[in-house]
Design a protein around this ligand. Structure first.
Ligand code: FAD
Length: 454
């Protein structure tokens, strides 16, 4: 019987393992997960800490026992500490029993995910400086809030996880300061759209400090007491690091498995690494960006689940391909929704495109219909051809998911002119007669064909 070993039992790993087993019931599949929980939605963690509208158990799609019932040999609290691709073995440490052993594989799937970035600053490992990646991390934050009753939280970094956690702390009654090095939060948006997000963060009562660097942390009574910034010291009873994620590739790198230019594992569209019989999926791999044609490391559950499914299909002898990404993402701060797809202007320039862009402001419903919310849509297109390269949305409830129509257009390389005349739905309670995205596309179309400024 052929044997598949999977390292990591969350989105990428569990999807691949389950898919391979379903397609090939004779396949012997073992999943090693160093944590205690499998197949959970990390995306729900900020809301678990903040809203508290559901329990940690609700985030778990499939428990280890449910995966076992599906025929997978799932070993939690087991860490893979080495891979020998030539001998086709992994070295495993049983974190509870304390023993180590060697296990053999025909195919290996690496789905080790990503870890929060912790820059080597003075005091960065002090108690009270927290990150969020897993259900136990959320439980730790919850326990700190309950047991220590902190009054002031400092969130370092204004990306989507920082923003979601800032909101969670506000909901738990803390006074929150957010520090961001750039002039606007949400680096995945252009600064003009990020400025709208800054307003929404401040509307929530967060003290947002832009253009501010973090230089270190001080402690008192063995707990974080302040964050040293380029702009003075900020008292803190709790610090959340939200500086982004780095792919967890040390294990793969140690085994000589190729790492790509983005710092994540290099795979082909079948999710095969450059090492025979070794596959990879999820946050630890890089993906081809369909617009820039560059390898990118974008840690999102949407990609991890699809890549796991593709890898599992191929491991079981099928033929599936992961088509690449265009960086579509969405989040929320208070009642403001934030979404993006494709390339923003900065990314488009870095990829070598001459661009035009336009922003339109509109409403989510007909002007006269109660509940209409403001939204702004920015469209970025290639100068001359008018090909849509990307789009960004910031607006009230019901604004954000409008990004999906724009994502489809960007994915297929639609032109702004064509998009501005698309047959989209309209009825007063759901939309204005001209969708704001169509107006933004029309404005961009006018700019796209105008002669470049001399
Ligand atoms: P992970 O979920 O990190 O799983 C990897 C697993 O591998 C871990 O459980 C780890 O313990 C295990 N592992 C690592 N090394 C070893 C080893 N040596 N031996 C054994 N086990 C090992 N994405 C979205 O699309 N939308 C969102 O709204 C969103 N919100 C998010 C909010 C937060 C707070 C976080 C942290 C992430 C969010 N994401 C979101 C990202 C999404 O959760 C990840 O992209 C997804 O979990 C990646 O799945 P993965 O399987 O690649 O990695």
């Amino acid at each position: 019987m052929a044997r598949l070993v999977v390292i990591g039992g969350v989105a990428g790993g569990a999807s691949a393992a389950g898919r391979a087993k379903r397609l090939d019931p004779d396949l012997d599949v073992v999943v090693y997960e160093r944590g205690e929980v499998t197949s959970y939605a990390a995306c729900g963690l900020p809301y678990l800490v903040g809203d508290q509208m559901f329990d940690a158990d609700d985030l778990v799609a499939r428990t280890p026992q449910e995966l076992r019932d599906a025929g997978l040999d799932v070993r939690v609290a087991h860490e893979v500490v080495g891979i020998d691709p030539d001998a086709r073995t992994v070295e495993v440490r049983d974190l509870v029993g304390g023993r180590s052993f060697t296990d053999g594989f025909d195919d290996l799937l690496i789905a080790t995910g990503a870890a929060p970035i912790r820059p080597p600053l003075d005091g960065v490992d002090s108690p009270g400086i927290l990150g969020i990646r897993s259900i136990p991390d959320a439980a730790t934050i919850d326990a700190v809030i309950r047991e220590r009753a902190p009054e002031r939280a400092v969130v370092v970094g204004g990306g989507y996880i920082g923003i979601e956690m800032a909101e969670a702390f506000v909901e738990r009654g803390l006074a929150v300061t957010m520090i961001e090095l750039r002039d606007a939060p949400m680096a995945t948006l252009d600064a003009d759209m990020g400025g709208r997000v800054a307003d929404a963060i401040r509307d929530l009562g967060v003290d947002l400090r832009l253009g501010t660097s973090v230089e270190g942390f001080t402690t008192a009574d063995d707990w974080v007491a302040a964050v040293a910034t380029g702009d003075g010291e900020l008292p803190a009873d709790l610090v959340m690091m939200g500086l982004g994620m780095r792919p967890s590739v040390a294990l793969a790198e140690g085994a000589g498995i190729a790492i790509g230019p983005s710092g994540a594992i290099d795979t082909d569209a079948r999710m095969a690494t450059r090492t025979e019989g070794v596959w990879a999926a999820g946050d630890c791999v890089e993906s081809l960006h369909r617009i820039s044609h560059q390898p990118v490391s974008i840690a999102l559950g949407t990609h991890a689940n699809k890549q796991g499914r593709v890898a599992g299909t191929n491991i079981a002898g099928g033929a599936a391909r992961f088509p690449g990404v265009i960086g579509t993402a969405i989040t929320r701060v208070g009642s403001t929704e934030i979404a993006r797809t494709g390339l923003n202007e900065t990314e488009a320039h870095q990829a070598g495109f001459a661009t035009v862009a336009a922003t339109a402001e509109g409403l989510t419903r007909a002007r006269y219909y109660p509940g209409a919310q403001d939204l702004a849509v920015k469209v970025v297109a290639e100068r001359g051809t008018g090909r849509m390269l990307g789009a960004q949305i910031v607006g009230g409830p019901e604004a954000g998911k409008r990004i999906d129509v724009l994502a489809l257009a960007v994915w297929h390389g639609m032109g702004v002119e064509e998009f501005s005349m698309l047959d989209l739905s309209y009825a007063p309670p759901m939309a204005p007669v001209w969708e704001t995205s169509m107006i933004a596309a029309r404005l961009t179309a006018q700019a796209a064909t105008a002669p470049a400024a001399k």
